[in-house]
Design a protein around this ligand. Sequence first.
Ligand code: FMN
Length: 387
Amino acid sequence: MDLTKITCTEDFRRVAQRRVPRMFYDYADSGSWTQSTYRANESDFQHLKFRQRVAVDIEHRSVASTMIGSPVSMPVALAPTGLTGMQHADGEMLAALAARDFGVPFTLSTMSVCSLEDVAQATQAPFWFQLYVMRDRDFIRNLIARSKAAGCSALVLTLDLQVLGQRHKDIKNGLSTPPKPTLRNLLNLATKPYWCRQMLGTHRRSFGNIVGHAKGVSDLSSLSTWTAEQFDPSLSWKDIEWIKKEWGGKLILKGVMDAEDARHAVDSGADALIVSNHGGRQLDGAPSSIAALPSIVAAVGDKIEVLLDGGIRSGQDVLRAKALGAHGVLIGRAFLYALGAGGQAGVTRLLQLMKNELDVSMAFCGRTDIADVDRSILLNPDFFDRF
Ligand SMILES: Cc1cc2nc3c(=O)[nH]c(=O)nc-3n(C[C@H](O)[C@H](O)[C@H](O)COP(=O)(O)O)c2cc1C
């Protein structure tokens, strides 16, 4: 694949669709139930219109910023995504290397294929770790201890997956890792030589953070069965207190979509919250993340760093989120498609394209520093104020 011919996320998506086995491509490219929230996450960005400005000196520009106090080359982190090592062999390690070299944070999911230790060894640099709270608190304590030992610089606690939203395609495809050797899967794998070649070169094909660490897991190959058995539906704000204490470092709360919950997040003493509906994979019918952002920013001001994910596919989307008050954003599918299409080089190319689009679009709006981007770069900044 000639990466110089790839110019946007949609190009990566199309290549990934060709290269990645169907069950894993579908796992990424789907939302729950009718997928209305999944679609709105992307399409709602288009409602926000930029003010084109001219004759401003835009020669010297910077999109460098900080996220939870650490410098970043642009305010974009890689979101935690489960089974990333099934989009591409050793996917978490490759994406983490691309992020490290580009100067943006990488977040490792609890449900990753490569383990905390694998990523730490590959990158020799800090990364963020995303935690799902399981019923087995000894396992959680151990996971937190492992993330400290791996040198993680932030813990991202996901709050919106105590139960699992139904994603039709995963059920129809019989999603599992590694894929079961059914005739349907084998026929599909036969059409994915790039993926198979890469996968033959690694031994990492299951949930690396869990295998050999969690007790009483009856069916690890099935994400939905395991989630139903292990994830703790009783998780509440008081658990966040002990997790914060146990962890002792920077804490980011992910999955906040409501102003009242955002105030709780401030009270919990967390360092940041992520406005997120899990990429439209959990509560279908919830608003898009960008629609929910203004009310949350209004509720918490700058008492806590407000980040956003959901539907970000381009540098312009990053700019729109910044304009409405997000301090930074995370990207999920955009980097998964790039990874599935071209491994580490694909993710690097995606980050370059996003950064360039962010920088040039900011310039067209007459701004030279990302820190000066605010609602005034938009013609209709109040578009989502009714939410
Ligand atoms: C394939 C896939 C797997 C995901 N797995 C996780 C996960 O393990 N933990 C988590 O907190 N969020 C998970 N998410 C949600 C992402 O962190 C993020 O909220 C979402 O992808 C953002 O939307 P976007 O994909 O439109 O950028 C996952 C998302 C996708 C697409």
